[in-house]
Every structure is written in C-alpha cells, then in structure tokens.
Design a protein around this ligand. Sequence first.
Ligand SMILES: Cc1cc2nc3c(=O)[nH]c(=O)nc-3n(C[C@H](O)[C@H](O)[C@H](O)COP(=O)(O)O)c2cc1C
Length: 220
Amino acid sequence: MEILEGINARQSIRAFKPDPVARDVLNKILQAVSNSPSYTNSQPWEVVMVMGKKKDELGRKLLELARAKAPTSPDLPMPKGWPAALEERSREHGARRLTTLGVARDDEEGREKLRLMNFEFYGAPCAVFLFIDGSLGEWSIFDMGLFAQNLILAAHSLGVESCLQASVTNYAPEIKKFLGIAESKKLVICVSLGYPDKKAKLNTYRSLKEKPDEFTRWYE
Ligand SMILES: Cc1cc2nc3c(=O)[nH]c(=O)nc-3n(C[C@H](O)[C@H](O)[C@H](O)COP(=O)(O)O)c2cc1C
C-alpha cells in the first residue's frame, strides 16, 4: 500500500472480528516497526504481544477493575487540564461517538458500557503493550509515539486495524504483574490489533480533523 494512501485511510477501529492475526503477519509488522527512528538510535521500545487465552484472561481482570472503578495508576500521568480548544475537540469526539451509537448524553449505563469496551480490547484478538525502561523520559516517549504510529500504519497496510488505548494503561501495575514485567518499567500505551468488523456502528464514523491551514503558519 502506498504510504500516503495508508495515512489517509487509517482510522481507529473499536469493533474487531475475533479472527486471530497470523503470527507471520504480526512478524511482518514487527519487522517493519523495527526500522522506526529514535533519539540517537537508542530504540527504547519493549514490546509485549498478548493473544489467545492469555489476552482473554487479562481482559477479564481489567474489566473487573474498570467495572469496580478500582484506583488507577498510569505510568504516564494525565495533564491537569487541557487548553480550551483541545478540550473542546475531545468533548466533541466523545459526543459524536455517542450520537453514532444512539446513546444519549445522560444515559449513564450506555456510556459506561462504551467505556468498559476498552478493557476487552474492543474484541481484538491481539493486544500489544509498549513499555520503556523506567529511567527514560520525554524523548523516549516521543520515540514511542513514532514507533506506535509505524505499528498501526504497518498493520493497516496488511489489512490489520488498530486502536491505541491509553485508558488501558490506567491499570499499569496490574498489567505488569500479570505479564511478569518489572514494576520499574513504564507502560506507554496499549494497542489493540485485529481485523475490523466493518458492519459495527462503532466503526462507521470518522473523527473530525483540523485543516492544515488551521494548525500551520508559513514564513518565507
Ligand atoms: C495516545 C492515544 C491514546 C488513545 N487512547 C484511546 C483509548 O483509551 N480508547 C479509545 O477508544 N481510543 C483511544 N485513542 C484513539 C483516539 O481517540 C483517536 O486516535 C482519535 O479520536 C482520532 O481518530 P482516528 O484515530 O480514527 O484518526 C487514543 C489515541 C492516542 C493517540
């Protein structure tokens, strides 16, 4: 697939078919992602692929925690607040998702159901966890953003779609314990991977994006 075409067509997927992604397809994706750029070629990424029964078991544990509204402890803290324009885009994004599904804003149960879908990886057969060493800081997080973007684009080029999921990282200590990962590592992001359920309502809307003129200044 041509790169520009892939960038333009990719979108987050929030309903997957249960069909597994073959190991050779996943290996092809990982091979491509290994070519990601990083600060002084430090390659900080540590990748954990979770599939099959192990993924189901982890999903059940996370769902239990999320349902009980267990205390959260992400390794990357949320900002205390967002600038107004960003806050508005985020609110609009949430509202559009609810409208697409026909869930009313005051339908607490419907909204909760939607939130909880995160913790079952939206039904994806593969959950990818991206870690870095706990001593690393902003530049390595930056590298991980590039790595994650390459991951989802490489997957997309092979018909495998994705959803990045910061929400899952709320339970970083429990995930590390479950996976046998040292507490000192930082969980940066979870990426659900699989084949999209194209008929699912959740996959029918595209996020609104600002136009280049709205975020770019030119100087000559
Ligand atoms: C760092 C990051 C964290 C995200 N976390 C979640 C998440 O927890 N749950 C979710 O459904 N989508 C999550 N997303 C997906 C965004 O909502 C999505 O990228 C955005 O709305 C733009 O839509 P698009 O990916 O279809 O272009 C996350 C995206 C990023 C980059």
